[in-house]
Design a protein around this ligand. Structure first.
Ligand SMILES: NC(=O)c1ccc[n+]([C@@H]2O[C@H](COP(=O)([O-])OP(=O)(O)OC[C@H]3O[C@@H](n4cnc5c(N)ncnc54)[C@H](O)[C@@H]3O)[C@@H](O)[C@H]2O)c1
Length: 288
């Protein structure tokens, strides 16, 4: 018995890194998994093999159920095709794990339009397009009388919540994803859909390309491997399961540490019943 027995799950960008680890665990927990991966280079430019099929082979060899898909999740028709492929292969869709993405880090002054657009597209539009087409399917099933807990798991980043110089494109997209997840939780509750977000930290080709990180992330012999991408997957399995009791939440996960993030909160205020002039407001704000 697995926690995902009978569930149909799509994992985007599941050919490598975190997505691959999620797909392997979700399949081991009983889910039928559509393994989506376009097979891009780390900066999203050009093709880089067929990692989705390799992960499907691993799942099937271990006795699990999976199909491969190579659509671009940030393409409107591509996202629609991913949802249709899961329904066609397995008869329904219960969970979308939005994970696909890549990086093009530059300082604001040297970021070009293509580097900005492509990163916002793959992360923010990729998450939205998959959410949109899954939500349409779930609304249709709900109106057909089905009552079943569905789930969205989105992938943001500490770069989005806490900001990271050099990642204005990526951080803005990831911050948007965290908010998208909350809006999806609010809008889709009526169809019994829960929506939650993770902030992972793991050794993948993306983080291995960051100066200083490979040394930090090296696994020590015999010790618990804090940076293994597979450490994030049990949280994804829980958020994908019918037992999940959260919606609209964001959790960071790295190694054995899982932290619930608190949303933006209102801080100190100044208030004037007669309104402000520039100079009176300036004085009031100076006192904060
Ligand atoms: N590695 C970390 O520590 C870390 C931290 C925070 C957030 N994340 C996020 O986790 C997710 C996975 O990253 P990773 O580190 O495993 O990277 P990765 O490069 O190992 O895997 C990402 C996969 O997404 C695929 N992909 C890219 N564009 C696609 C598209 N348009 N359609 C379908 N597939 C596409 C790539 O081919 C690749 O296999 C990303 O959203 C990343 O931003 C990672």
């Amino acid at each position: 018995m697995g926690v995902l027995d009978g569930r149909v799950v799509v994992v985007t960008g599941a050919g490598r890194g975190l997505g691959r680890a999620h797909a392997l665990l979700l399949a081991a927990e009983g889910a039928s998994v559509l393994v989506n991966d376009l097979g891009t280079t780390p900066d999203g430019a050009g093709g880089d093999g067929d990692p989705a099929s390799e992960v499907v082979d691993e799942i099937v060899a271990a006795g699990g159920s999976a199909v491969a898909n190579r659509d671009d999740v940030a393409d409107w028709a591509g996202a629609e095709s991913v949802v249709a492929a899961a329904v066609s292969a397995f008869g329904d869709l219960d969970v979308v794990v939005n994970n696909a993405g890549f990086l093009r880090d530059h300082a604001i002054v040297s970021m070009n339009e293509e580097d900005f657009d492509s990163v916002v597209r793959v992360h923010l539009k990729g998450h939205f397009a998959m959410t949109h087409f899954a939500a349409r399917h779930w609304r249709e099933r709900y109106h057909a009388g089905e009552r079943r807990r569905r789930a969205l798991v989105h992938t943001a980043s500490t770069s989005g919540l806490f900001a990271n110089p050099g990642q204005s494109n990526y951080g803005a997209a990831k911050s948007g994803i965290a908010t998208l997840s909350q809006i999806a939780a609010q809008e889709l509750a009526r169809y019994e859909v829960v929506s939650n977000c993770i902030l992972p930290g793991a050794r993948t080709r993306l983080t291995l390309a960051s100066p200083g990180l490979p040394e930090l992330m090296a696994a020590a012999d015999g010790a618990f491997d804090t940076w293994d991408p597979a450490n994030a997957s049990p949280l994804v399995a829980y958020l994908s399961s019918e037992a999940c009791r959260f919606t609209g939440e964001t959790f960071s996960v790295m190694g054995g540490l899982v932290q619930r993030m608190h949303p933006w909160t209102v801080g100190e205020s100044v208030d004037s019943v007669t309104g402000w002039t520039a100079s009176t407001l300036s004085a009031a704000l100076d006192a904060l």
